[in-house]
Design a protein around this ligand. Structure first.
Ligand code: GDP
Length: 508
């Protein structure tokens, strides 16, 4: 099987290479696949924008849209009636701001294409990560819409952890832009998170341009502020693109806008044209060959027809074929993969890095099934030094090179507790040792003369730190050098991201 697998892998890699360099007349199944996550501050218009885009690309039929629009208006009207009765009795101007918010429910129609659950329709926010598919001329896209609400950051992380590229939606309205970009804003927080999760290409959709009369100056202000911030947190300038749009009016989304006011100063690509040239995940070969098998689990369910279970996930490194033995960590369950399929349930000969897969496994026993959780990692049970194949083991402590956020208020000190996130894995950890600071520009180690130990790490500093995993948590991760996707950590304290890091060493 080892030789057969290698042959399948080499063939697949050869195919992928020819497809990626080809740009036109690509058959659907040959188009490179990209996982695209939409992020941005709540209410900046992510759902409306993507809903409208999917509608334009005919992913939602007119009847369905009409139904959604009707329901949306009904709820809007209901809220308005309720509101009027309420205000009448209360006679209170105090509630005026709510009025505006409730009125706008009717315009949620496009957003509802994405926010499909009943509860979300009523609340008007995207709670879970919703998944949609569409195709452009040269790309197949899996769209992950993540919640912008602050309480849902862990869901957002699990959405972004699966992404190759991102669309950052920001409002062009100065007040709204500022509230997303201030210390507590999610524009800032989401940008940091997606970068720390390994996303390097971002399309910034500067939205609600209709509300600022499509003024070039407003667009340029947002672009200038964001471009410098995004580069500061590590996005390469050549991988950033900015596009003026209106999600509500559908301008400049799937076709270049004909609006005179915009045409005067913008003749660049529309949103879909930018999606069409996103680069598929690179260094495929290196990540498939000579790297251990790692698949993060994003969903699990029982499959009565097959008499087993289905594990959905994303291949982070290595490759996997039908019939292969796997071990699921941290539970150490060993099982056989009966079928490897893509998200549309089409059987694959081999799954490689970047593929979103469904694995049909031989787990029948309920007791075994309940031991598998979202965030677990599928590995190969084999140990082979040449191919660096080795299953993950939960670590007790890890050393990492971290960068603290500019807005971190309290410095890092020994003994402090926080949450560490890697992909969908999270654990409570404690600062065990602060080793030394690093000068980011020169890479030199900075030690204060006469002082052996580092007392604290302040905001916007780079340091090498060891963390201890609290008992009861299973933290199955790799070093960054081994598997990048499993070696990037995001640290949160009191609900805020305070640092991002690369794991340099593990101890078990
Ligand atoms: P999300 O929280 O980022 O998903 O934002 P929504 O898509 O739910 O939009 C929030 C509000 O902004 C809704 O009232 C939308 O109708 C409105 N909105 C979204 N996009 C636009 C736009 O391009 N122009 C205008 N004028 N309003 C918009």
């Amino acid at each position: 099987t080892k030789e057969k697998k290698l042959q399948l892998l080499l063939n697949k890699l050869k195919d992928e290479e020819t497809i990626i360099t080809q740009q036109t007349n690509v058959k659907s199944e040959h188009k490179p696949h990209i996982n695209l996550v939409i992020v941005g501050h709540v209410d900046h218009g992510k759902s409306t924008l993507m809903g409208h885009l999917l509608y334009n690309l005919q992913k939602v039929d007119k009847r369905e849209m009409h139904k959604i629009q009707k329901e949306s208006n009904e709820i809007g009207i209901f809220f308005v009636l309720f509101f009027f009765t309420y205000t009448f009795f209360c006679c209170c101007f105090f509630f005026y701001p709510y009025f505006e918010q409730l009125m706008s429910k009717g315009t949620f129609a496009y957003a509802w294409v994405l926010d499909c659950h009943e509860e979300e329709r009523v609340r008007g926010i995207t709670v879970d990560v919703s998944v949609n598919y569409f195709e452009t001329k040269c790309r197949r896209i899996t769209l992950l819409d993540s919640p912008g609400h602050k309480d849902f950051i862990p869901n957002m992380i699990s959405g972004a952890a699966q992404a190759d590229c991102a669309i950052l939606v920001v409002s062009a309205i100065p007040n709204e832009f500022n509230s997303g970009f201030n210390k507590q804003g999610q524009t800032r927080e989401h940008a940091v998170l997606i970068r720390s999760l390994g996303v390097s290409q971002v399309i910034v959709a500067i939205n609600k341009m209709d509300m600022v009369q499509w003024q070039q100056e407003k667009f340029q202000n947002v672009q200038a502020e964001l471009a410098s911030f995004l580069q500061e947190i590590g996005f390469p300038a050549q991988k950033l693109a900015f596009v003026p749009v209106s999600g509500l009016e559908g301008e400049n989304l799937s076709t270049p806008s004909n609006l005179k006011t915009l045409r005067q100063w913008y003749t660049g690509p529309c949103l879909v044209d930018l999606i069409d040239v996103l680069e598929p995940p690179s260094q495929l070969k290196e990540q498939c060959l000579n790297k251990p098998l790692r698949v993060t689990i994003t969903d699990t369910y029982r499959d009565a027809a097959m008499g087993g279970a289905v594990l959905s996930g994303k291949v982070l490194s290595g490759s996997l074929i039908n019939g292969e033995q796997i071990v699921i960590q941290p539970s150490s369950l060993v099982t056989k993969v009966k079928k490897v399929a893509n998200v549309e349930n089409k059987q694959l000969d081999i799954a490689i890095v970047g593929d979103n897969v469904q694995l049909f496994v031989n787990i029948k026993d309920e007791e075994e099934f309940v031991q598998i959780h979202v965030g677990d990692v599928i590995c190969s049970p084999q140990i082979d030094n040449a191919s660096r194949e080795r299953p993950l083991v939960p670590c007790k402590a890890f050393e990492c090179k971290l960068v603290t956020m500019r807005n971190m208020v309290m410095p890092l000190c020994r003994g402090q507790e926080m949450i560490a996130h890697v992909q969908s894995i999270s654990a409570s950890v404690i600062v065990k040792k602060l080793h030394y600071l690093i000068d980011v520009k020169t890479g030199q180690v900075l030690r204060e003369p006469g002082k052996k130990v580092l007392r604290h790490v302040k905001a916007n500093q780079t340091a090498v730190v060891t963390f201890q995993v609290k008992p009861g948590y299973f933290f199955c991760v790799d070093t960054f050098e081994q598997v990048k996707a499993l070696g990037r950590v995001t640290f949160r304290r009191d609900g805020e991201v305070i640092a991002i890091a690369q794991i340099t060493n593990l101890s078990w």
